[in-house]
Ligand binder design. Structure first.
Ligand SMILES: [Zn+2]
Length: 122
């Protein structure tokens, strides 16, 4: 790999699921599983661990949006409860599935860029 080449912006690389070092290799193998390493530059992905971070951000973002929409719908239209269940249920599932992979990519790319790792006793 050309080391003089600038690193891609971590948020952009993470959102696209691309390698945070070269910006070209794929980070994911499947929906949420990291590949062992980058197929272009060989960056080891085994050390990437975003933990519960993506789930936390997905819950927060989706929760605020869906609850806000439900309140607005109730105040504005007063729909029956089945409309709330249908809209909130489908939006919660759809938005969660749409956001979890890009957010996992962003957190992993930020972890690599900022050299974040487990704390150790010396
Ligand atoms: Zn790479």
């Amino acid at each position: 790999m050309d080391v003089s080449r600038p690193k891609p912006p971590p948020i952009s690389a993470g959102l696209r699921g691309r390698c945070p070092r070269c910006g070209e290799g794929h980070m994911f193998d499947g929906f949420l599983t990291f590949r062992p390493s980058c197929e272009v530059c060989g960056l080891d992905y085994e050390s990437f661990n975003s933990g519960d971070g993506p789930a936390f951000f997905v819950m927060s973002i989706v929760g605020i949006l869906v609850v806000g929409l439900a309140l607005w719908m109730e105040i504005t239209y007063e729909p029956p409860i089945w409309v709330h269940a249908l809209v909130a249920g489908s939006l919660s599932i759809g938005l969660s599935l749409a956001l979890v992979r890009p957010l996992k990519g962003v957190l992993a790319a930020l972890q690599f860029t900022n050299k974040a790792e487990q704390g150790r006793f010396r």
